[in-house]
Design a protein around this ligand. Structure first.
Ligand code: PEP
Ligand code: MN
Length: 371
């Protein structure tokens, strides 16, 4: 469990907020016209609570558009006055935060690159603690749940209770059609370690283009996430950053209308009964699965002793290939994907090798002691 405590519910942050919290706005503030037109069109949808905009942009290489700076904060003030939307910006250091306060920005977010650096996070937490501003912490670039929790704990320990996590996906080491891999198990683990912490999904940075945003946004809602942050620009084709992933306000409206908003629970007795029966089945299957895995490991250790006695290597490539091929074939006939079966086997094989290494090391060390 984490030490994160006294988290304030999202709908208590400001009047008029409800879940799912919808945050939308451009990747970057570029001009007064772009900010105000986008904000007015977004506000007219009547479904968005917070207007986001990057003012300082963390760019991988120098020379790209690095954000408009302080001037953009004045436009955000106008957004607030003219649309009533709350405003949110990314802050990466104390200077950013001071300026955000000066222009009365409502919500601050910590970007993925900043979350990855505990020094910066601690500095910001110590500095921001005397203000009652909500803080959103994006996940670090790597799928490291502890680093993400660590950043949230630093803010919380400093006394900030209006806190939420933003899931924006993780740097893909594998080839993928998405810009950042969602690795849904990571935000789920975060939620299970801290039940009260709101988690907001940023489908724009996960997708990297507009095509996958609806699917990712729906998945986030189906996983009971508490909000969405969606990049929106009145004319994405001329955007100075992240042009491929920004929706127009009109597209945003269609997306928000088409999403299925499910309840996290229901009082319907039939539903609860049926769910209970199905969950019992899952519990029983999981138990059998664990028991079988334990049995398999016992056999693995027996084989380890046998291999040791006969001085053969742990890894038997041909045998491993045969296992993979036959199990994938079996899985396929039962409706499981190749990828799933392969990943499962790799996990089991890794543990098996570890077990046999331990068995062999133990035999070797007792041999040495008796020599
Ligand atoms: C952003 O929200 O525009 C941004 C830079 O996001 P991230 O820190 O998730 O890359
Ligand atoms: Mn962006």
């Amino acid at each position: 469990m984490t030490k994160i405590k006294n988290i304030s519910k999202l709908n208590k942050w400001f009047d008029g907020l409800s879940e799912p919290l919808i945050i939308a706005g451009p990747c970057s503030a570029e001009s007064e016209e772009q900010v105000l037109t986008t904000a007015k069109e977004i506000a007219a949808l009547g479904k968005v609570h917070v207007f986001r905009s990057g003012i300082w942009k963390p760019r991988t290489r120098p020379g790209n558009f690095e954000g408009i700076g302080e001037e953009g904060l004045q436009w955000l003030q106008l957004v607030k006055q003219e649309t009533g939307l709350l405003t949110a910006v990314e802050v990466a250091n104390k200077e950013h935060f001071d300026l955000a306060v000066k222009y009365d920005i409502d919500i601050l977010w910590i970007g993925a690159r900043t979350t990855s650096n505990p020094f910066s996070v601690q500095d910001l937490a110590d500095y921001m603690k005397s203000y009652d501003k909500p803080v959103l912490v994006k996940n670090p670039i790597n799928p490291d749940v502890q680093l993400w929790i660590g950043a949230l704990e630093r803010f919380n320990k400093a006394g900030i209770n209006k806190l939420a996590a933003v899931h924006r996906g993780f740097y893909p080491f594998e080839a993928t059609s998405l810009r950042n891999i969602p690795k849904w198990e990571v935000p789920i683990e975060l939620k299970s370690l801290c039940h009260t912490l709101p988690v907001i999904c940023d489908p724009s940075h996960i997708s990297g283009n507009t095509e996958y945003i609806p699917e990712i946004a729906q998945k986030a809602l189906d996983l009971n996430m508490n909000g969405l942050m969606i990049e929106t620009h009145y004319n994405p084709s001329v955007a100075l950053s992240d042009m491929n992933q920004q929706l127009t306000p009109k597209q945003l409206g269609i997306l928000l209308n088409n999403l299925v908003y499910r309840q996290s629970t229901t009082k319907d007795a039939d539903f609860t009964n049926i769910l209970e029966i199905l969950r019992n089945q899952i519990d029983s299957i999981d138990q059998q699965m664990i028991e079988l895995l334990a049995q398999r490991m016992n056999v693995v250790e027996e084989i380890g002793k046998y291999k040791s006695k006969n001085k053969v290597t742990i890894l038997q490539l041909k045998r491993w290939e045969k296992i993979v091929n036959t199990r994938i074939k079996l899985g396929k006939s039962l409706g499981l994907t190749d990828d799933f079966v392969k990943k499962l086997l790799q996990l089991v094989h890794k543990e098996s090798i570890q077990r046999q290494t331990e068995v062999m090391n133990k035999i070797n060390s007792t041999k040495k002691k008796t020599e």
